[in-house]
Ligand binder design. Structure first.
Ligand SMILES: *[C@@H]1O[C@H](CO)[C@@H](O)[C@H](O)[C@H]1NC(C)=O
Ligand SMILES: *[C@@H]1O[C@H](CO)[C@@H](O)[C@H](O)[C@H]1NC(C)=O
Ligand SMILES: *[C@@H]1O[C@H](CO)[C@@H](O)[C@H](O)[C@H]1NC(C)=O
Ligand SMILES: *[C@@H]1O[C@H](CO)[C@@H](O)[C@H](O)[C@H]1NC(C)=O
Ligand SMILES: *[C@@H]1O[C@H](CO)[C@@H](O)[C@H](O)[C@H]1NC(C)=O
Ligand SMILES: *[C@@H]1O[C@H](CO)[C@@H](O)[C@H](O)[C@H]1NC(C)=O
Ligand SMILES: *[C@@H]1O[C@H](CO)[C@@H](O)[C@H](O)[C@H]1NC(C)=O
Length: 471
């Protein structure tokens, strides 16, 4: 028995050694093909890329090398080599995903860092913009905003293009194809929930629309206003049916300095008008605000304001759920979180928050009309994001376990109340959440069929680590 155990430990360690030496071999091969853009741990460029992840747990992973292609053809060469040699790899665009291993890998593989594929260009008629995945939304807005144009993009300026959307894509066999409504339409559809299953997208073409100055910013209120503000948010969500041009998102967050909870309402409206009727329910709260950045400005400034509330460089744990418009359930979940994290917030550098965003029924109808593979159903909904940040690595296990315990409880209580919606927003989900089990069996079967066509041997399932994998 002991002999057997020893043997299996030996086999395991040999296997790990083999994987690492394979990774080193992959890096050496790539550095012959793309000599100037393969970075090793002893290169400054390697560290510069590592420290720009949103989450500190991702920065803590040290791949055998980082490869920064500058063209789609280089991406194709990299994927071709990786699948030929059997190299494990991860792919990073903006690097804003929250969980360890979602867009980075340890010494058992290498990371394709798309930071140099970051151009933003406009068609000559200005009707479409072509974005590369490594560009942050701030760069997109900075380019389009002086022309009074925009595209549908991220709420926080620091998030990258690649992770947010799913154009031109490099498949597992290295072929570069275009995916659009008219070309490879099945792939185009699947990329709506594609994650790391179909290939590496190297450019996206989006329709532009006019946008001049707009109104927005954040107000802070005493936490005692939480019930009233959630009631406001429920009303606001319904009112989006009459005027869809606005956003209000509520955050209930531990403030380390005051050692108490704060409440934030982040708001934006796509016209340069203060307090249009859509926000009439918010106006009465303004005299009590402890801070207020609401102003008429441009989209660059507003998305920077939103990003400022969510700094990078911390260790992070997130999860998401979707509820019916039920303020009471949100309040109970918040109450439970306060109890659950009461010991942890006593440790400096540890904070948690609950963020609630509206999903209006017309938005759901539009995703249905577009046949979006996420299978979003229902009337008006609250999208919930739970978010913990901390600094001390020795707390990783306890905080990750606590955050998942919180998720299980919140899911249970919402389900008991009959207010749980099946939708799980991929960009906010923890790596443990079953993204693809919640989309309906027909969507799942269709995604799997597209997978069989474009990656028949599941090379990307085996070699590309991170993201969410189709079951
Ligand atoms: C850096 O590391 C790589 C890979 O291990 C090696 O080939 C290279 O010689 C090293 N460069 C320097 C300056 O040490
Ligand atoms: C957006 O607003 C900010 C802050 O007022 C300003 O510095 C920046 O120049 C503006 N950008 C554009 C494109 O107008
Ligand atoms: C953008 O809109 C502003 C305000 O209406 C206007 O002053 C400016 O000339 C416009 N810029 C362009 C490039 O059309
Ligand atoms: C929500 O809407 C209801 C019905 O229109 C109204 O009575 C209530 O005051 C509103 N609540 C808030 C916080 O605006
Ligand atoms: C936290 O509380 C302090 C003290 O009350 C306040 O100055 C600060 O603005 C608050 N932080 C945030 C992010 O609101
Ligand atoms: C937390 O940090 C503050 C200031 O940064 C310090 O005064 C306080 O002693 C620290 N508390 C603990 C428990 O370390
Ligand atoms: C790569 O895969 C695609 C999709 O399966 C296929 O159409 C194409 O012919 C393949 N290319 C090569 C070179 O095998």
């Amino acid at each position: 028995m002991r002999f057997l155990l020893l043997l299996s430990a030996l086999v395991l360690s040999t296997a790990a050694g083999t994987v690492e030496s394979l990774a080193n071999q992959c890096c050496a091969t790539l550095s012959n093909i793309i000599p100037n853009n393969v970075f090793f741990p002893n290169d400054t460029a390697y560290m510069q890329e590592e420290i720009t992840y949103y989450s500190a747990q991702q920065t803590s992973q040290k791949p055998a090398c980082r490869v920064s292609p500058t063209t789609a053809s280089e991406v194709s060469q990299i994927i071709d080599q990786a699948t030929r040699l059997g190299c494990h790899f991860a792919v990073r665009s903006g690097g804003h995903m929250n969980w360890k291993g979602s867009s980075n890998i340890g010494p058992s593989g290498f990371t394709i860092d798309l930071e140099q594929l970051n151009s933003v260009s406009l068609s000559s008629d200005q009707k479409t913009a072509t974005l590369q995945p490594g560009a942050p939304w701030s760069q997109v807005y900075d380019t389009l905003s002086p022309l009074n144009l925009t595209v549908v993009g991220g709420r926080a300026s620091t998030v990258g293009v690649g992770g947010f959307l799913m154009g031109e894509i490099v498949l597992s066999n290295g072929t570069i194809v275009t995916a659009s409504a008219s070309e490879n339409a099945d792939l185009h559809w699947a990329l709506g929930l594609g994650s790391t299953n179909y290939g590496v997208v190297t450019s996206y073409t989006l329709e532009t629309f006019p946008l001049g100055d707009m109104w927005g910013g954040t107000i802070s209120l005493d936490i005692s206003q939480a019930p009233a503000i959630l009631n406001y948010l429920a009303n606001f969500t319904l009112k989006l049916a009459d005027d869809p041009r606005g956003l209000s998102a509520v955050t209930l967050a531990w403030n380390e300095t005051s050692r108490d909870y704060d409440l934030f309402v982040s708001t934006a409206y796509l016209l340069p008008v203060s307090f249009p009727p859509l926000f009439s329910g918010l106006e009465p709260f303004v005299p009590d605000a402890t801070s207020d950045t609401l102003t008429i400005t441009n989209i660059t400034a507003i998305t920077a304001d939103f990003a400022a509330g969510d700094p990078s460089g911390f260790r992070t744990a997130w999860w998401t759920l979707t509820f019916e418009l039920d303020p009471q359930t949100v309040l109970e979940v918040f109450q439970y979180g306060q109890e659950l994290f009461s010991d942890l917030v006593a440790v400096n550098g540890t904070q948690w928050s609950l963020n609630i965003q509206p999903i209006n029924q017309d938005f759901i109808k539009a995703t249905e009309a577009a046949n979006n593979p996420a299978g979003l159903e229902g009337d008006n909904l609250f999208l919930i994001l739970e978010h913990v940040i901390w600094t001390d690595a020795s707390l990783d296990d306890v905080i990750e376990a606590r955050s998942r315990e919180f998720l299980a409880w919140a899911e249970f209580i919402a389900s008991e109340r009959g207010v749980l919606n099946r939708f799980l927003y991929l960009n906010y989900a923890d790596g443990s959440q079953p993204i693809y089990k919640q989309i309906g069996s027909s969507n799942l079967a269709s995604l799997q069929e597209v997978k069989r066509q474009y990656d028949p041997d599941n090379l990307l399932g085996r070699l590309w680590k991170g993201g969410f994998k189709l079951p």
